[in-house]
Each structure stands twice: as structure tokens, then as C-alpha cells.
Design a protein around this ligand. Structure first.
Ligand SMILES: C[S@@+](CC[C@H](N)C(=O)[O-])C[C@H]1O[C@@H](n2cnc3c(N)ncnc32)[C@H](O)[C@@H]1O
Length: 208
């Protein structure tokens, strides 16, 4: 993309952001991202984060979801992971690493000692400018998180993950149904209407 076109796009994005009610609310309430409100809505609907929850937050930077979880979880454990560095949050352990590295998976098992109740993933692949490709790459991340959850979660565990209503959506839904007994979809109001983003909520592994 040419420099001038890129700059114009970034200015339009900034104007949109400042008019956005969730962006304004996040600044007032001290949340690091407007994404916080997506997790608040998801948890109001499905009620999966409780005070004693042992929770893994994938793709946590800048920390909006971890901030929300840390306010609810007072007697559990929170581990947050991102490839980008994240400023510390009270009661949240952060690891800067790639979730798909073998070493990261080992560290997760060690931290939770095989007792993990909830995985939340807002992971998104870096944008390329090609919406269809971006959607496929983020849905691949979601599929990998689904497979990962089947090995790491308690049998009655919950997974909430971002995905896109793209061409491979049905494939991801099929995969989710092969792993979990219950699969729901929910698009929070804080998720932009023009975005194909939605969230999958899965609970109770089929092996139970
Ligand atoms: C939309 S942001 C998450 C926003 C966050 N939930 C919040 O509330 O502030 C997506 C994040 O996923 C992270 N990510 C993408 N692939 C990843 C991977 N393989 N391992 C760890 N983090 C990853 C990106 O670095 C990015 O920070």
C-alpha cells in the first residue's frame, strides 16, 4: 500500500475510534482496550468466569480481557500469554511467548498442574489487508486453540474464542462439535457491526 493511502486509512481509523462509545468507555473506566467490553458481555451471557476459576488468556496484549478476568477471579489463577510484551496486571501471571511453541505448552501444564477450567482466546493473526486471508488465518488459530483445549482443559471446562464468519467457519464449527458437547456462537455489541468477528463458546468435552 502507498504511504499516503496508508496514512489516510490510519486517520479515518483514528476518527472512527474516537467516536466509538466503547473506546470512550474504556478510557473512562481505565481498560486498556475496548475489547474488555466483549469479554464482559460474553461472561454476562455464559457466566464462565467465577471467583475461583483457573483461567488461561491467549493473545492477551494489551490486557483488556486480563483486566476484566482479574477483577472477578479473586481465589483462582490467571495466566496470560502473548507474543507482545504486556504491562503487569495484579493477580495475573504473564508469559511473553508463542502459544504454539512446545515450551509454552509445557509451561501452561506446569502452571495449572493439569487443572484448567477456562481458556479465553482473542488471538488474531496479523492483518495483511486481504480480509478473506486474515479471516482464514485467524480461524486457523481458533482451530488450533480448539485442539489444544481438548488436551488441556478439565472435562467440564469452557473455551471462548474469537473467530470470523468466513468461508471456513463451518469447518471450525464441525471441529468444535467433535470436541465439545455444547457449542454456541455470540457476537457482543462491542464487536464492530461491520466486522465478521464473532465468538464461539464451548463447554464439556465429548470424552466425558
Ligand atoms: C485482538 S488482540 C487481543 C486483545 C486482548 N484480548 C485485549 O483485551 O486487550 C490479539 C492478540 O493475539 C496475539 N497473538 C496472535 N498470535 C499469537 C500466538 N501465536 N501466540 C500468542 N499470542 C498471539 C497478538 O499478538 C495480539 O496481541
Amino acid at each position: 500500500m502507498k504511504k499516503s493511502k496508508k496514512k489516510k486509512k490510519s486517520n479515518i481509523w483514528k476518527i472512527k475510534q474516537h467516536r466509538d462509545p466503547f473506546f470512550k468507555k474504556s478510557k473512562t473506566l481505565g481498560y486498556r482496550s475496548r475489547a474488555s467490553f466483549k469479554l464482559i458481555e460474553l461472561n454476562n451471557k455464559f457466566k464462565f468466569i467465577k471467583k475461583n476459576t483457573r483461567l488461561l488468556d491467549l493473545g492477551s496484549y494489551p490486557g483488556g480481557w486480563s483486566q476484566v478476568a482479574s477483577k472477578i477471579v479473586t481465589n483462582g489463577k490467571i495466566l496470560s500469554i502473548d507474543i507482545k510484551p504486556m504491562t503487569p496486571i495484579k493477580n495475573v501471571k504473564f508469559l511473553r511467548c508463542d502459544i504454539f511453541d512446545l515450551e509454552t505448552k509445557k509451561k501452561i501444564s506446569e502452571y495449572f498442574g493439569g487443572n484448567l477450567d477456562v481458556i479465553i482466546s482473542d488471538m488474531a493473526a496479523d492483518t495483511t489487508g486481504n480480509k478473506s486471508l486474515d479471516s482464514i488465518r485467524t480461524n486457523q488459530l481458533c482451530a488450533e486453540v480448539l485442539n489444544f483445549s481438548s488436551k488441556k482443559l478439565n472435562s467440564k471446562g469452557v473455551l471462548v474464542s474469537k473467530l470470523f464468519m468466513g468461508e471456513d467457519f463451518i469447518e471450525v464449527k464441525k471441529l468444535a462439535k467433535s470436541i465439545f458437547k455444547n457449542v454456541n456462537f455470540f457476537k457482543p455489541e462491542a464487536s464492530r457491526t461491520e466486522s465478521k468477528e464473532t465468538y464461539i463458546h464451548c463447554y464439556i468435552l465429548n470424552s466425558l
